[in-house]
Ligand binder design. Structure first.
Ligand SMILES: NC(=O)c1ccc[n+]([C@@H]2O[C@H](COP(=O)([O-])OP(=O)(O)OC[C@H]3O[C@@H](n4cnc5c(N)ncnc54)[C@H](OP(=O)(O)O)[C@@H]3O)[C@@H](O)[C@H]2O)c1
Length: 246
């Protein structure tokens, strides 16, 4: 008889890294729930993975809407009774001016709300379900652009990053990293592990076609952290199988 699969929820899974993380977890025999805010896109992404022989379902989820978050958690509880993996992947990103001297307060608020506050809210809604897993795993999709070390130290050393001053995106990912640190501390006596993942610049709508990493490679760090065994780290910030500077 087939054993019951592990259940993984990936937010923003209708395209980009979220879809590929879902695919790679599906290939590792997880049942994957593809969180997406637009029904047609979510259903199409789930159907694509099903056509590849994977166990995938669309889960309606706009991470910025409290009712949607509550409904998604209730659906997972009703259908599966627990959650083994949560990948906080969905992101807000625009090409608008984010220079610290000029960013509009509304835009800054939008970044912090989607990339930090909403990620915390989704996690809080899923925590009761993750506590019912034998080995819950939370992966927060972060970025070296949210690293104080990288953004500070490269001021004079890395021309591409020296010119990059995206306050909204950077601050939201730095805040997400602090969530990783403090939640891991709070959960240190449980079996749940919490880590931040840095996929590197990846060929998605956000990363652009010239990014160095393929989507297959970019997804690997999140999949690795989602599948950590008992001896694996918690409260860390990682590129694929390598620690990042905070
Ligand atoms: N690509 C890179 O170079 C790179 C580098 C470092 C870190 N990352 C991180 O990796 C993660 C994935 O990035 P990506 O490149 O795959 O981004 P992407 O291609 O722009 O995809 C973003 C995903 O987030 C979803 N989303 C946005 N707002 C949402 C909301 N309110 N509720 C639910 N879903 C929402 C989008 O859905 P819609 O289709 O409905 O818009 C889409 O599925 C992000 O956390 C990003 O910060 C990416």
């Amino acid at each position: 008889m087939e054993s019951s699969p592990k259940i993984a929820l990936i937010t923003g899974a209708n395209r980009g890294l979220g879809l590929e993380i879902a695919r790679q977890l599906g290939q590792r025999h997880y049942l994957v729930l593809l969180g997406a805010r637009h029904e047609a896109a979510g259903r199409a992404a789930a159907a694509l993975l099903v056509s590849e022989g994977l166990r995938a379902h669309y889960l309606p989820l706009d991470i910025t809407l409290p009712d949607s978050v509550a409904q998604a958690a209730a659906t997972v509880e009703r259908d599966y009774g627990r959650l083994d993996v949560l990948v906080n992947n969905a992101v807000y990103f625009t090409r608008e001016n984010q220079n610290p001297s000029q960013i509009a307060p509304d835009l800054l608020h939008h970044y912090l709300n989607t990339n930090f506050v909403a990620q915390v809210a989704v996690t809080q809604a899923c925590l009761p379900l993750l506590h019912r897993s034998a080995a819950g795993r939370i992966v927060n999709m972060s970025s070296s652009i949210g690293s104080f070390a990288t953004m500070g130290e490269t001021l004079h050393t890395t021309p591409r990053l020296a010119a990059a001053t995206p306050l909204g995106y950077s601050a939201s990912k730095a805040a997400l990293n602090m969530f990783t640190t403090l939640l891991a501390k709070e959960l240190r006596l449980t079996s749940i592990k919490v880590n931040s993942a840095d996929p590197g610049r990846t060929q998605t709508d956000m990363g652009g076609p010239d990014a160095p990493n393929t989507v297959e490679y970019g997804a690997k760090v999140a999949v690795w952290l989602a599948c950590l065994d008992e001896d694996g780290p918690t409260g860390g910030f990682f590129a694929y199988q390598k620690a990042n500077n905070w």
